[in-house]
Write a protein that binds this ligand. Sequence first.
Ligand SMILES: Nc1ncnc2c1ncn2[C@@H]1O[C@H](COP(=O)(O)OP(=O)(O)OP(=O)(O)O)[C@@H](O)[C@H]1O
Ligand SMILES: [Mg+2]
Length: 137
Amino acid sequence: MKVLVPTDGSEHAMKAVQRALEMAEKNGAQVTLMSVAPYAPEILDEMTPRTQEKLEAETAGILRKARELFEKKGLKVDAVLETGQVPANNILRRAEEGKFDRIVMGSTGRTGLAKILMGSTAAKVVAHAPCEVTIVR
Ligand SMILES: Nc1ncnc2c1ncn2[C@@H]1O[C@H](COP(=O)(O)OP(=O)(O)OP(=O)(O)O)[C@@H](O)[C@H]1O
Ligand SMILES: [Mg+2]
């Protein structure tokens, strides 16, 4: 089973990473971690030219942390970093093109209000995914 795990490094996303780790350990799931760096050209104009690079470096750090959890247990894992303005679009495209069987993600992330029940990325993925989706609370 191919499992796609989008993470923004948030608490709920890390729970999703843990869930996927269990699936890899117990069921031999083939896990791909994915993190989408924000792309904001209008912000870039006003900030230093290295802003995009910094955003991508931060995203690479999020992926590295998640990846290490698998490597510590000797589990094989893939990791992909993409850049985009609407992370759900990147996630949906990859799920479709990579023929994933399941997406495992958090109910909320880093950018929403603390009390929100489900973030917009999770809601959009649930609504349009070409496969099963597990939302981790
Ligand atoms: N940039 C991203 N890259 C990869 N996965 C992401 C990204 N943003 C969110 N996710 C995934 O989606 C889950 C839900 O986050 P979501 O963005 O929907 O909530 P939020 O940040 O609280 O609210 P919102 O983004 O709507 O303001 C996260 O736990 C994570 O699994
Ligand atoms: Mg978000």
